[in-house]
Design a protein around this ligand. Sequence first.
Ligand SMILES: [Ca+2]
Length: 516
Amino acid sequence: MKRGSLRKYVLMILAGAVCISVTGCGQFNAGKSSQKKSISILAKNSWYSNVDYLESEVIGKVSEDSGYNVQWRFIQPANYYDVVRKLLLTKDSDNLADIVQLPDLDMNMDYIQAEVFIPLDNYLDLMPNFSRYLDENPGIKASLTTEDGHIYYVPQTVLTQNYQPCIMYNTEWLKRFQLEQPKTLDEFVNMLRIFKENDMNQNGDSSDEIPMSVTNEFLPYMFGPAFGLDLVNGFYADENGTVHYAYYEEENYKAYLTFLNQLYEEGLLEKDYETLTRDDITGRCASDETGVIFDYSWQMSTLYSAQYDEYNGTTPVFSGGVPLSGSYEGYYVGRNAISGFFGITVFCGEPQEAAKLLDYIMGEECQETYCWGIEGRSYTTGSDGKKRFTSQAADDMWLQKLGINPGCVPSHQSVEASDALLPEWHSRVDKWLVKYVRSPFPFIYSTSDELALDKGYSNYISQYVVQQADSFITGKSDIESFDWYMQTLENMNIKEMIEIKQKQYDRYQAMMQNVN
Ligand SMILES: [Ca+2]
């Protein structure tokens, strides 16, 4: 399929047009595959604007090796949620496909309740790879299982402990003042003050330093744990298994807001932190203007350190540090493994065949291709049996165009392949930080009773608390009005929401005990 026709497809869907033929959309093996069964897959294209999965060798190989005539239909990721959510909720059989990548994790079971996907547990005897995966991953199995015992989706997974978001320090600046990496909030604030007051980048001007460059999204990751709060997920269970909502913790959350407001007032948290972007931070690195970053570990070497002329690939400029401790011991908030889902729609004429194909594309053989690419092109296998990326694979854009780590399949990220792509110092820092990463609140489906109780409150609450956080941090709302904020949350049924999450957490724990 040409790019033009793909755009047209998306535009027509956006315009509400319904009659779009599946034929002509991405067909590998056309011509020599008339005896192969055709299965269509609707999935998300690459976030890289100059990468089209349809033309990538990785997706080509997987399609070719599957034994099916796979008809891929890709939609640009920026539109994917809106377009595909609508197709699913309206059960638009003309524009859906046999296999569909979900636009979200269906937390409120909108698609399951719309009965647009078939339960996969009826087909597990045709899905040996998926069955084995479920046996080996009881936590994921517990997350995938609904109240009535069905499993609807095959997951895509990401790393949960390695290469998580972490704090990164400008090691040149630390060295210049013989500073150790801070471990506590007090040490951290002292360091920020030194960064702010001195000519850290030695350009003769002591006023152009921005001590800390952290986007709004990452402030909760960076400072929440020091106050005993997982503000990233909101809900968390303490060591006794009691569920809390971090934004409704009277003492600790108030202390967190007060701390950040002080940083803001002192100019240690910059005035424009709410609109700061990763591109802004990258630019600051290029002109050596900042001392601290918090971001996905991945960016430490490939993006931030790479901005410095003196960076040679072996000695970091920006390097990771331990989580900050305050009245509580610091930790890093890890991710849930599940990052996406694939299901078979009720419109699929041959669900057995679709189940076999879905099982194939989530199997080990394909996972190797997703992680390493094409043998002889992006990697080689040594006589010791170990895979190594080729020198050509050091060109990230080339690797992306090859289709590495495709987002359009049930792929499972691998620590080994991630290590192999990054400089040695970076994987060493990662292994050092793993012990500080804690698992977040588990992903678990609501029951229909719980959904009825929620009535959308959880959405309002999560929007409200984020707005209010900025308001308190910037001083637009006085911290004296914190009681009023807590009262508003109570009016929004926060107590009932916590009770629901407690039940879900207990249910998850019970399922985990059953499988162990
Ligand atoms: Ca300066």
